[in-house]
Ligand binder design. Sequence first.
Ligand code: ADP
Length: 278
Amino acid sequence: MSSDEIARLALGVNRMLARLEVSFGSLHRFTADASHELKTPLMVLRAGVERALVHPATPNEVLQSLDETLAQINQMSEMVENLLTLARADEGRAPLAVEVADLRDILGDVAETAGMLGETGGITVRVEMPEAPIRLAVDRHRIREMLLNLVTNAIKYTGKGGTVGLRLWQDEGDVVFTVADSGIGIAAGDLPHIFERFWRADPARSRTGDRPGTGLGLAITKWIAEAHGGSITVQSRPGRGTAFTVRLPQAGSRPAAGPSEEPQMNGEERRKDERRRA
Ligand code: ADP
């Protein structure tokens, strides 16, 4: 092949990549706009159903289907909210509100919710954290959301009589969170997929059945860990349990998703790196 031909080929590939970039950009834009537009009608729907539920003239036989409708609306709102977050993150428009926080406070808060959820499900929740404060510059709402996602999953996928353990500690310059459960576990073949958007183990599992969910929680959780310059890993044995570990760098840490940066590039690089390591 002559150098002319190679140059022409390279030009063609570059043009194609540029076109692809534009179309990915518009896809993110479309997803962000669509989810944003869906928020208001969903709010109106929810308010209408809630009004009907408490209205004295609503016949009893209608109440159950209204309840089911409300559950669906709530699930859809959660999905739309999560989609919007991910689409904004892809566009680099999901800035973190970073401030120094004692991570023990955030974990304590999450542990309280976990305790209540566990009590309903007959699951023991244990918490372990150091006596001294662990201060780190984080977006406390996002870190809370990340831990809540992991904890609600741990409880959702653990049967009665099981245990869920939350732990916070420091290791080699990292702050480490572990959420471990004694639940159903994840098949080895499923592990590479769990952080993918909309992925849920066992396609037969309905989105609203015993274990409702959208398959977006772990995708968001991973984004939050990475946006803080950290990482998330998972270890699991089917029938024995699952442990998620989030590591956030402490010294000289710099959240990666600031508005002036290019999280899309960073995210892509990280994804490639992870695929290489997987
Ligand atoms: P979902 O809304 O389905 O819980 P997630 O993104 O949070 O979505 O999780 C994706 C899938 O990973 C779940 O559907 C489930 O199959 C699996 N999973 C996540 N956490 C656990 C866990 N602690 N134990 C077992 N399976 C889990």
